[in-house]
Ligand binder design. Structure first.
Ligand code: GLY
Length: 407
């Protein structure tokens, strides 16, 4: 008998077994985390039934959700979570719940826009609902929301006015302001332009992203939270912060919105500049992360390593990196992004970050508005939304599916 051949055969069988076991392990880690999300969401849903309130955050050390009504900028995340839980569980009770909660937000399209957050509010809720059900009511609502958001566009500047109201440091109303978070709301405009809305919505989204790329970043690719423009001339006045540590610091969630936003803009426009730029702003974010890949709330917080973390930024980035990895041509770089996303999800899914029995949210340790002293080291609904989105994306990629379709 040829022992060399046997050894080779044994080696091949072992490698096949290990690769199979590894695949199973990877599939199981997402399934385990998604099952956990369903269990936690079930407890939240049971606790808020019937009162038309929407969960927003749970303060550090507390167990009850602080709830809001449909006008709060975070109102779309809980219905979005419900849609994702429906997508994963395929349980029609979740579909019915998600429909009811999403419809709480319908009055938003009947009044003038209170700010740019219409995209967060209506695309996370009705956008996911439409993706999963093709319900024509949802489509109508989304198209009206996009037209409403477009009324905030200033053609002189080339961006959407993020906050049409007085803001510290903005010298309202002479100054037009645009915040990094606004990048996420462009997805609604792109969607509408492809689904029966005006083609101008596409042009506005591309203009907003291009102007933001040119004005919102320092030479080292870190971002300002807010850029102030002269409303009449469209010229940039200054870059400042609102929720970060200082005007020149890198606020973690601001950079995460940028990474997610430019990746999405590349998906929608196929403009290579957006893809190249998404990688640059990702690379500066990945460079200075702590070992567990969950950022401090601001990369320049003076009290690092004792500064609070922001798990929500990690969730946004994990989800974005999974998408970015599907666009990057350089295989080694694409793999690096996907591996980082997986490691972020592993950290987030560990007892250090999952809420478990502490409260009914999915995750602990997010920071909302540190300078205002609000939602520090808390459970926040947008962390949960992007966490479950990233888990679903990771599971779809593992299963060789598109991240945009249904599971
Ligand atoms: N869009 C507000 C925030 O990220 O806190």
């Amino acid at each position: 008998m040829n022992t060399g051949k046997i050894n080779t055969t044994v080696l091949c069988i072992s490698l096949a077994f290990l690769s199979c076991a590894n695949r199973k392990l990877q599939r199981d880690e997402y399934t385990t985390a998604l099952d956990y999300c369903v269990a936690q969401a079930t407890k939240t849903a049971t606790g808020i039934t019937g009162n038309n309130r929407i969960p927003r955050s749970i303060a550090n050390g507390k167990t009850g959700w602080r709830t809001v009504d449909y006008r709060d900028w975070t109102s779309g995340f809980w219905p979005g979570v419900e849609w994702y839980v429906y997508e994963y569980s395929k349980d029609d009770n979740w579909k019915a719940r998600a429909d009811i909660t999403s419809r709480l937000l319908t009055p938003l399209v009947d009044s003038s826009p209170i700010d740019h957050d219409l995209g967060f509010m209506l695309y996370c809720s009705f956008g996911n609902g439409y993706r999963l059900t093709n319900n024509s009511d949802y489509k109508r609502i989304l198209l009206r929301a996009a037209d409403s958001l477009a009324t905030l566009f200033n053609p002189k500047v080339g961006t959407i006015l993020s906050w049409p109201r007085p803001v510290p440091g903005v010298d309202w109303p002479l100054r037009h302001n645009t915040i990094m978070d606004n990048m996420i709301n462009l997805e609604l405009l792109f969607w509408a332009s492809k689904n029966g809305g005006s083609k101008k919505l596409y042009d506005m989204a591309v203009s907003h992203a291009t102007t933001t790329m040119n004005n919102h970043f320092r030479p080292d690719n870190t971002s300002y939270h807010v850029v102030v423009y002269d409303t009449a001339t469209g010229k940039k006045v200054k870059g400042i912060t609102h929720q970060g540590y200082s005007d020149n610091s890198m606020w973690a969630r601001g950079q995460s919105w940028a990474i997610y936003g430019f990746t999405m803009c590349y998906r929608e426009s196929k403009n290579q500049e957006f893809l190249d730029f998404a990688q640059k702003i990702t690379d500066v974010y990945l460079k200075d992360l702590p070992a567990d890949l969950i950022p401090y709330w601001d990369f320049n917080a003076p009290d690092i390593p004792n500064a609070p973390r922001d798990a929500s930024a990690a969730c946004v980035v994990a989800s974005a990196l999974l998408e970015l990895s599907t666009f990057v041509q350089d295989k080694a770089k694409a793999n690096m992004y996907r591996t980082k996303a997986r490691q972020m999800l592993q950290s987030l899914s560990s007892p250090a970050y999952q809420s478990g029995s502490v409260n009914n949210a999915f995750l602990l340790h997010s920071t909302g508005h540190k300078p205002a002293g609000s939602e520090i080291n808390a459970s926040i609904i947008y962390a949960d939304y992007y966490y479950v989105e990233a888990l679903l994306r990771a599971k779809k990629l593992k299963e060789g599916k598109s991240i945009y379709g249904k599971l």
